[in-house]
Design a protein around this ligand. Structure first.
Ligand code: NAD
Length: 466
């Protein structure tokens, strides 16, 4: 499952050779290690007005610093600063680790030129693994045409800019619903996620923040402290990585997988000091059994991650029921049934989080994957319609859609196809299970309470689809 090509183009003689031949040179990505600083260099905050000022203050104030003057009494006291070296104008010769474009006050496409061209002047000198993040409002039917044009323009700009960045740098956007302040917990938390090394394989994405719900953590290294999280399909692959990351972030983990994977499941549960539950998620009483286990062993349940998933790929012309049905049963029927049990149990009371694994195949489609894409498109619809049911409890449901991730699932793809598939994104490499896990952990955190029914792609800006 290692990417030998990536290793070769980043070491010694072969690195030089690849450069001379003009071959693609995927960079080693900056990934999160507890205790590392948020950024390894200065940040540039561009844009005018109170929102840009508030973001600059957030980034530059010392931790535990004063609340921001723009906050009124009704707003949550969220601005515990991040102590970064923040510039408000590009300085020549400075290599920025991040450029944040605060564009919430755009009224016309003309307003783009100033901040965007200022950002442009920094791009050739960005640090490896740098971050470009836009913060803007969504274009809606209620906007004046010029306002909607400006806002929608940011989407196109960001997606194109992300395709131009090199050296493991990424570009992503926080889309803040009208009326939600840029100091709302989920705006702050999404901005931090995009700036951090936790979003290594998230590129070219725009994540909407729908409300000012959510609560910032006392400690950004342990945002899940005190939370109990269930992860299905946790014996191996992405599910095992999710269990690891949730535990690292402070959660107590219930690891679920089929009895046949019992040994690996026990290994995951032991590693994360959680508990194991042997369960086929397609069992009619799967939801009740998860609830009973969580109540008996941990006294509560806060987070459920629907990760268990299977493929039985076949062209639709050759499809048979024994290939179609299990894929739908595991990937979408089981999460639907388990959610139903959770929602009617009365146990989901304290800002619950449901996070389900979708796939870029469920968005863009993939030849030979009609059943899988139907199930994963289904997951995206499921979270959108489930999220409002959780809002009364401060809860959310969201999905993560991975692209090409280096796992046993993708190791089975024939070598040449695999080699091509993993290069077809802006970062020119496959993601790692931990990259998906970081996105899941972010959406599972109390701070993400304002992200409601959304799907976040972890795909390195896959060339396929949006
Ligand atoms: P994997 O095959 O390595 O692991 C899946 C796990 O789910 C296994 O441990 C398996 O035993 C478990 N599982 C399967 N059916 C189950 C059932 N009925 N009940 C309980 N557990 C069950 O897969 P992975 O690559 O780690 O993928 C994890 C998730 O991410 C899946 O939902 C998959 O569709 C999705 N995904 C993966 C990729 C990728 O590139 N690997 C891309 C997009 C989406």
């Amino acid at each position: 499952m290692t990417d030998t090509y990536l290793e070769l183009v980043n070491s010694g003689l072969t690195k030089k050779l690849a450069a001379q031949l003009g071959l693609p040179r995927p960079a080693r990505l900056r990934r999160h290690r507890p205790g590392d600083p948020l950024l390894d260099g200065p940040a540039l905050v561009l844009g005018h007005g109170p929102d840009a000022d508030a973001v600059a203050t957030l980034l530059s104030s010392p931790a535990g610093g004063p609340a921001h003057p723009h906050l009124d009494d009704a707003a949550p006291a969220v601005l515990d600063g991040w102590d970064l070296d923040v510039h408000r104008h590009p300085a020549p010769d400075v290599r920025y680790a991040a450029v944040v474009l605060v564009l919430t006050d755009l009224a016309h496409p003309d307003g783009l030129a100033g901040p965007v061209l200022a950002a442009a002047s920094t791009l050739k000198r960005l640090r490896p693994g740098a971050r470009v993040v836009t913060v803007h409002r969504p274009a809606t039917d209620a906007d004046a045409p010029a306002v909607a044009a400006a806002r929608q323009g940011v989407d196109g700009l960001l997606r194109s800019l992300a395709k131009e960045l090199r050296g493991g740098a990424t570009g992503n956007g926080v889309v803040v619903a009208e009326g939600v302040p840029v100091t709302a917990p989920s705006v702050v938390a999404t901005l931090r996620f995009f700036l951090s090394a936790r979003s290594a394989f998230v590129d070219g994405q725009l994540l909407e923040v729908d409300s000012d719900a959510g609560e910032l953590p006392a400690d950004w290294e342990r945002p899940l402290a005190g939370r109990v999280a269930v992860v299905t399909g946790a014996a191996r692959g992405i599910g095992a990585a999710i269990a690891d990351v949730l535990a690292r972030d402070g959660a107590t983990v219930v690891a679920v997988d089929v009895p046949a994977a019992g040994e690996q499941l026990a290994a995951t549960a032991n590693r994360v000091r959680g508990t194991a539950l042997q369960l086929d998620v397609t069992a009619p009483d799967a939801g009740e059994r998860i609830l009973a286990h969580a109540r008996a062993r941990h006294g509560r349940i806060d987070v459920v991650v629907h990760n268990a998933g299977i493929t039985r790929d076949k062209l639709l012309a050759n499809m048979t029921p024994d290939r179609w049905e299990p894929v739908l049963a595991v990937n979408v029927d089981a999460p639907l049934r388990i959610n139903e049990a959770l929602l009617t149990s009365g146990d989901l009371v304290d800002s619950p989080r449901i996070v389900a694994l979708a796939s870029t195949s469920g968005i863009a489609g993939n030849r030979g994957q009609t059943s899988y894409a139907a199930s994963k498109g289904g997951v995206i619809g499921m979270v959108r319609a489930t999220a409002p049911l959780l809002v009364p409890f401060g809860g959310t449901a969201n999905a993560v859609a991975p692209g090409f991730i280096e796992t046993e699932m993708t190791a089975r793809i024939p070598a040449v196809t695999r080699q091509v598939a993993r290069r077809l994104n802006s970062l020119q490499q496959g993601g790692l299970p931990v990259d998906v896990a970081e996105a899941v952990a972010f959406l599972a955190s109390p701070a993400a309470g304002g992200v409601v029914g959304r799907t976040l792609r972890v795909c390195g800006q896959n060339m396929v689809g949006r």
